[in-house]
Design a protein around this ligand. Structure first.
Ligand code: MLT
Length: 303
């Protein structure tokens, strides 16, 4: 039996995971994976935009939001195992993934190891490299700093890197919401996740093996994973397209949701609806709409 709504609890991999599940029963499934150290609510705007046409699910990674943390050390592999168990528990054989930053690391690792379970991929503000030594050391220093000075200081230190400088004045409420998400993450989960991120393996060599459609989205002013990192990955995946979001930094889905959602809708319309409309002789207006969207996607290499 399927539960609908925004705060559903499910036992997955021996811990209680909190998730949202909206949209029609038989529709294609899109699972949203949040960045660090946020939670599923960062996707609320995208869930609203897509839930008419797709079954849209967002969940809290262990230790984030109100999902339990469990006792094990965190790793990207453990997060992927949670994702696969989550899909199994919901009886979802195949889905698309949309991951931002850490969510993208998880999505890339999941595709690499379980390619048969995924139909399309949106990778936002993420990259495929492992941490260079300097970044690695910074994460270890941050763990020390959180231990010594607490989460509040970490919020102030990290927030300036998550948004484009020009977002701070117009997006005061969004920035407060993100600060709240970080403050609500326990010191232990922050440290365990930072360690997991510092130990993650590169996935770049495997990118050419990805054959499902991929959309890269990145904020033009993202300083954590700048557009060049998405361009690098886009070059390695034949069936991929790249869109750079204007007026946005690392959290581009929150900073420019209109442009972000338009890209998602165009991409998933191509992935899931093209054949349906062509083969069933759908209405001219629907067909014209899709053709217009295809024309917009001139950078698509081979969908
Ligand atoms: C994120 O947004 O998930 C983080 O910036 C990822 C990272 O620190 O590597």
């Amino acid at each position: 039996m399927r539960y609908f709504g925004n705060n559903i609890k499910l036992l997955v991999n021996n811990l209680v995971v909190s998730y949202t599940d909206n949209g029609p029963d038989e529709a294609p499934v899109i699972i949203f994976i949040h960045g660090f150290p946020l939670n599923k609510t960062m996707w609320d705007n995208q869930v609203d935009a897509l839930k008419e046409d797709y079954r849209v699910i967002s969940y809290n990674i262990r230790g984030h939001g109100d999902s339990e943390a469990g006792n094990e050390e965190f790793s990207i592999e453990l997060f992927v195992s949670d994702l696969l168990h989550f899909m199994d528990a919901l009886k979802i054989d195949k889905s698309s993934l949309c991951g931002l930053s850490m969510g993208g690391y998880i999505a890339l690792n999941a595709i690499e190891n379980h390619p048969g379970r995924f139909e399309a991929l949106v990778l936002s503000d993420t990259h495929c490299i492992a941490d260079p030594p300097k970044v690695n050391q910074k994460r270890l220093d941050t763990i020390e700093s959180i231990r010594e000075f607490g989460v509040e200081k970490y919020v102030d230190d990290s927030i300036v890197h998550l948004f484009a400088p020009k977002s701070f004045t117009p997006l005061k409420k969004t920035i407060l919401d993100v600060k709240e998400m970080i403050l609500n993450t326990s010191e232990q989960s922050l440290s365990k996740t930072l360690l997991a991120l510092s130990l993650r393996k590169a996935t770049c060599n495997k990118l050419p093996e990805i054959t499902i459609p991929v959309l890269f989205i990145v904020g033009e002013d993202d300083e954590i994973t700048p557009p060049e990192t998405s361009e690098f990955m886009h070059e390695k995946i034949k069936n991929s397209t790249l869109h750079i979001i204007s007026h946005a930094g690392h959290l581009c889905n929150l900073e420019n949701p209109g442009e972000f959602n338009e890209q998602l809708m165009t991409f998933f319309a191509l992935v899931y609806k093209k054949h349906e409309i062509v083969h069933t002789g759908g209405s001219t207006s629907a067909f014209t709409q899709i053709m217009n969207r295809m024309n917009m996607l001139l950078t698509f290499k081979s969908i």
